[in-house]
Structures are given as C-alpha cells and as structure tokens.
Design a protein around this ligand. Structure first.
Ligand code: T1G
Length: 652
C-alpha cells in the first residue's frame, strides 16, 4: 500500500510509503484521492494528519513520469480537492519537502516540521516552474519576495527559516507525528482557516524588494528560460484572481516540461545519480572509514581536509614541518569559519569539528587513518616518495589515495607492494565546494578499495565519476582538447576575446583564454616545456601561449596575459597580443578568416565530442552520461544544454 489510513482516536493518519523519496507517482495520487474520500465520508474523523514513511516527506512529483502521457488524477486537481476538504489536514513534515511535496503541504490547513527539515521548490533546476499551485499559494502564505526567491532560485530553506517567514506553523520539539496529532486535535476544535487560494497575496516587507529579487533572478538566468517564467508567473499570481493564476501556471508548466532545456536538465539529474551507482562497484562490500589522513596542507590539501571534517570524519593533516603545518591548519580553520559564517554549520558543530582535526609533522601519526590522501606538489618523484613512506607508516589495511590531477596513477601505485589499495581521488579546487570527484581506477586496484573510494566520495556529498588512467583522466583531458581547438582558431582567424565571448554567450561561466589568464599561464607553460621532447612533431602546435610566457605575460597575476588587466583587474583586449597572433598566422602562411560566435562554438563543442568519443572508446569513461556529468560539474558546462555528448545525440 503506497497510501494507508490509520485511526488515532478521531484523527485519521494518512501515510504515504513510496520509497525512496515518496514522489507523488500515479499510485500515490490515486491513494491520496481514495484517502481523501474515505476521511471525508467517515463521521468519526474530525481531522487528518498527512505523513510519509521513510527518510522524507514527499520530495516532489515523480520525475520519471515526465514526458509520458499524464495519468489521472493529476496533482493540481488532487491538491485543489484536498484544500477544499471539510476537515482540517495537518502536514507532518520531515526530510526534504520539495516541489510537489511542498505544494501538497500548502493545501493542508496546517504544517509542522521536524527541526532538520528543508523545504523548497527546486523546479527551476529542472527547467520547470512549480506546476501544482506553488506560484499562486506560496505568495499567499509568505512575503511575495521570499516566495519569488524560493521559486526563482530553487534554493530550499531550513525549518527555522520556514517558521520565521510563516511557511510552517511550528517546529516539532520531538516526534513530528506526535506533534502533528496534537495540532490536529487542536485544529479539529476550531474553525478551519481559509484555504490559501481564497486569501489575498501577502504584502511585501519592502515595495522594492520584490523587483530587486526579480532582477537578481533574471540576471543569473544566463540563457535559461525557466527563471524568467518563474518571475512572470509569480508576478501574475499577485495581480489576477487565484483560479486564473492557477490555470496560467499550469499552461506555463506544461510548455516548459516539453522544452529542450527541461529535457536536458532532467537528463543531467538522472545522469548525476547514475554516476554514483556505477556497475563496477555495485554491491561490493566497502571498508569502514572514520579517520582520514591528508598529506599536504596546501590549497588542495586544506580543502580536502575541510571537506572530510564537514562530512564528520576525524582528520589528521601531515605537513613537512611546523611552519607548513601551522599554515595548513590555518587554511582549514579559515574554510570552517567560512562555513560557519554561511550557516552551513552551527557554532556548536564548528567547535566539534575543531576537536576532530589534528595536525602533525610525523608520518608516525598515521596509525588512526583508514584512508590516506596525498595532496603534495604535483611532481611524480615527490609523490612516489610519499607513497613509499605511507607503505612504511600507514596501517597495512589503510587505503592510499593520490589527488594527482594528471600523473600516471598506475606508476604511483607500483611504488609500493600493496598496490591493490591505491586509488586516485582527483578533487577539484576549491575541494570543499566542487561536487565532482574523479575516482581514478589503477589497473591493480581491488574492487573493495574502489567501492570504498566511491562510497567515501558520496559521503562527502560529492558526485564520484570513475575515470581510467590517462593524461588528464576525463575532465582535464576534455579541457585540453577544447583548449587546443581554441588555440588553432587563434591562428585561423579568431581573437582570444572573440572566442571567450562566444563561450560565455553559449552559457559557460568563463572563456578558455580568460580562464588560463586567471589560473596563470606559467603553469601550463612549464608542463609544455617538460613534454616538448616527447611531442609529436606531426601534430599542429600553437606557440602563442609560449610566446606570451617568454615575454613574462603570465596572465592576471602579472597584469598581462592573453588580455591586458586594468587597475581594477578587469580584462581588456590587448592590441599587442592581436599583433602577435596576426604575425604568427602570417609566419605560418595561414590566411586568417572571420569567425562568428556559432562557428566558434561549433568547433569547441566538436572538439569536446571528438575527445569524448575517444575517451569512451578507450574505456576511460564508462558512459557518455559520465562525461556530461564531468563537464557540468568541473567546468560549468550549461546544465540546460545537457552536455557535449547529450548535444551530439539530441541534435540528431
Ligand atoms: N522523482 C523520481 N525519482 C526521484 C525524485 C523525483 N522527484 N527525486 C529523487 N529521486 C530518486 C533518484 O533518482 C534516486 O533514484 C533516489 O530517488 C535517491 O535520490 C508538480 C513538477 C530528494 C534531495 O526536484 O533533489 O515536483 O538512483 O540519490 O542524494 O511542481 O533526490 O536510487 O534509483 O538524489 O538523498 C521537484 C529532486 C520535482 C527533487 C534526495 N523535486 N530530488 O537526495 O538521493 S518536480 C525535486 C532531489 C515537481 C511540481 C513539480 C534529491 C533529494 P535511484 P538521490 P539524495
């Protein structure tokens, strides 16, 4: 039974049980309709509590049903019927009350939540808007600008914030079901409040606030249509009768649901979940990890250590001497302070995490570590030395991981005898923020060590993607490919600012040349010089980046790179660079031609798709979906386009 009704005195408890997240599938909607009829018919029932079994109240409509023929009862009509019930309905909320789940709570006459509950309308992240009354009912319950912020950004609020803005009536001190039963008994004895649909919209705390929030949402939309629609729908809900606004919302929702942007966003939603359930480690027993050691307290090491602390692990950071240990520890504490200031953690939790964190300068302090992650300087000799020392000092059952971003993890694993316990854990900077974690799979690794790495990544809230050993794994190899194509276009006729403008116009957060200027041109220059002897002379080589470095133009940090940087650090096109590029084309006898933005993007996306096909054929990535997950989470590939591999299929 996905929906059951039990009697608690004169209160009926309607319980949904539809794991894993109690999505409002057709069976759930049918069950709710029957429960509504039954409780309305039963004179013994004076009020109803709506609750969910498992880890969360309804977390949304069933996304797997989207794009298929609708099957009655549809959610908006069902919710309107519940709202019109003669008896009060009290929603007992816990877990993540999202989308259709929150819309269901809004048609109840009362809402009470467990303290850890989060409530939101994330439809816009799927290229949609709320389609079951959220844009109409929410601004009738909480200030319209707060409603717009929730709908236009998709960001959830905590139970405490929800109570503060009037989204819920109370927070349960203990068991939320018991508290809901008490509230229902109270509700049964008083006049049922007017349904939201019959109320006028709330008034704004500040007349300009709504427009400010709307402008922020539109400014961040960057080519996405759903945020614009969200603003329009909420504005409409404030200015026309509720029943008309409901009809308008439904029409807009149906249109968005069939839009390519929503299809692409839903594709990526499921692709990210599929990545965490890869075939190789499915069902493999994992080792317990409670304590992690991080070797190296630089930017990456500190980010990794903080990420582990925030996930509740004990962490020992090892640095080469006290001075380095002190600065590494300071970096970690700074990150935790940032989490505290953003209310990601409470002051109590901040103190607890400090107690979980230790810093040392001797490998002898590794005994407690179940997993050791090296995040030392990106040099093979240095990493081999660290692994050999780990083999001596770390427990023989500890898993050893390298955070290398492109070195040969097979070679690193072969540094020690127990190479079946060596994996690559390639974090992306800033490691405590970026969700992608490439799990690099050496030839000798055991399934248990690999499965433990995947589970560990998930416990950090990361998206683990398995990557085979090659230069750059998946992410950096894809970036090298489109960066190479962009270089070719410099010689063929385009300029850095034209290419960057086309990439940002496509929806990428930054162009490839500005990204290099920000990272520093000298880093890749030293790598190119190191690889020069082994470079294939037959392969086209663009020397413009080298020429810039030879002139000391290392990018933003030196005020000049591909761009000129003004006193505010803003990038400006540089005539000197343009002259250098034109001279290089002339020297190579290349007739330059103009490139329109779509021609630039065709070559950039084409390079991504070709490299993606090679990565798949070599078995470096398990699926095209994994490559798209990497592109969205490593480089901000616009999610509403799905990914380069999705585009190759969608455009057919
Ligand atoms: N529909 C169907 N399946 C869902 C689902 C959903 N809404 N949400 C999650 N799943 C599946 C997911 O695919 C995975 O399946 C399993 O549940 C665990 O998910 C009318 C139209 C709730 C915060 O956008 O944000 O309501 O791989 O791995 O990390 O206006 O899932 O195990 O087989 O993510 O603990 C609005 C989307 C929908 C919420 C849990 N709701 N879900 O995170 O587990 S549109 C959402 C999430 C809507 C209304 C509109 C997260 C989560 P499997 P998981 P998690």
């Amino acid at each position: 039974m996905v929906v059951s009704v039990t009697q608690h005195g004169d209160i009926a408890v309607v319980t949904i049980c539809n794991p894993p997240v109690n999505a409002t599938s057709q069976a759930v909607r049918q069950g709710l309709a029957e429960a509504l009829d039954a409780t309305e018919r039963d004179p013994e029932v004076k009020a109803v509590v709506l609750a969910c079994a498992g880890r969360t109240f309804i977390a949304g409509a069933d996304i797997t049903e989207f794009g298929k023929p609708a099957v009655a009862p549809n959610l908006p009509d069902l919710l309107t019927r519940i709202e019109a019930a003669s008896k009060p309905w009290v929603a007992a909320l816990h877990g993540t009350v999202l989308g259709g789940g929150l819309e269901t709570a809004l048609v109840c006459s009362h809402r009470i939540a467990a303290a850890a509950t989060r409530l939101g309308l994330p439809e816009v992240t799927l290229g949609l808007i709320p389609g079951a009354g959220g844009t109409v009912r929410l601004p009738r319950l909480i200030p319209p600008e707060r409603a717009l912020e929730m709908i236009g950004t998709g960001k959830p609020v905590s139970a405490f914030e929800a109570k503060k803005i009037g989204l819920i009536d109370a927070i349960a001190e203990a068991d939320v079901l018991e508290a809901a039963l008490d509230l229902a008994r109270h509700a049964a004895g008083v006049t049922k409040p007017d349904p939201l649909i019959k109320r006028a919209p709330q008034t704004s705390e500040n007349e300009y606030e709504f427009d400010r929030v709307a402008a922020k949402i539109v400014a961040r939309a960057r080519g996405q249509i759903a945020p614009h629609q969200a603003v329009q729908s909420v504005r409409l809900a404030l200015s026309i009768p509720a029943d008309q606004a409901l009809a308008a919302e439904r029409a807009a929702f149906v249109t968005l649901q069939s839009d390519p942007q929503s299809r692409a966003l839903r594709y990526l939603f499921f692709a990210e979940r599929a990545a965490t359930k890869n075939a190789r480690t499915k069902g493999i027993a994992t080792r317990g990890i409670t304590h992690v050691a991080v070797i190296g307290g630089g930017t990456m090491g500190a980010g990794i250590a903080a990420s582990c602390l925030l996930a509740g692990y004990g962490v020992t950071m090892i640095e080469r001497d006290h001075l380095a240990a002190k600065s590494g520890a300071a970096r970690v504490v700074n990150i935790l302070k940032g989490s505290l200031s953003r209310s990601v953690i409470s002051p109590e939790r901040y103190d607890q995490l400090q107690d979980l964190f230790a810093v040392a300068t001797s490998y002898a302090d590794l005994a407690a570590a179940d997993l050791v992650i090296e995040a030392v300087y990106e040099d093979l000799a240095v990493k081999l030395d660290v692994l050999r020392r780990l083999e001596t000092h770390a427990r023989p059952d500890a898993i050893l991981a390298s955070n290398t971003s492109y070195l040969d993890v097979n070679q690193i694993a072969r540094a020690i005898d127990g190479s079946d316990r060596v994996i690559g854990l390639h974090f992306f900077a800033p490691a405590h923020i970026m969700k992608l974690l490439e799990i690099v799979v050496p030839d000798a690794v055991s399934d248990e060590a690999l499965a433990t790495g995947v589970q560990f990544a998930r416990s950090l809230g990361k998206i683990p993607v398995l990557a085979g050993v090659c230069d750059g794994f998946i992410a950096n190899r894809m970036m090298s490919a489109y960066r190479r194509e962009a270089d070719h276009m410099l010689e063929d006729g385009a300029l850095p600012w034209e290419i960057d403008k086309a990439m940002v116009g496509f929806g990428l957060p930054v162009g490839v040349f500005q990204m290099q200027d920000l990272a520093g041109l000298d880093i890749s220059w030293s790598m190119r010089k190191r690889l020069a002897a082994t470079r294939d002379p037959a392969q086209r080589y663009v020397a413009i980046g080298d020429m810039l470095c030879e002139q000391g133009r290392f990018g933003r940090k030196t005020g000049r790179g591909y761009y000129l940087y003004d006193d505010q650090g803003e990038a400006q096109p540089d005539p000197e660079v343009e002259a250098m590029i034109l001279a290089e084309s002339r020297r190579k006898g290349i007739r330059r031609r103009a490139f329109a933005a779509d021609a630039i993007m065709a070559r950039i996306i084409g390079a991504m798709q070709s490299e993606g096909a090679a990565i798949l054929s070599e078995g470096v990535a398990a699926s095209p979906q994994d490559i798209d997950v990497v592109m969205a989470n490593a480089f901000g590939f616009p999610r509403w386009r799905g990914g380069p591999m999705y585009m190759a299929v969608a455009s057919e």
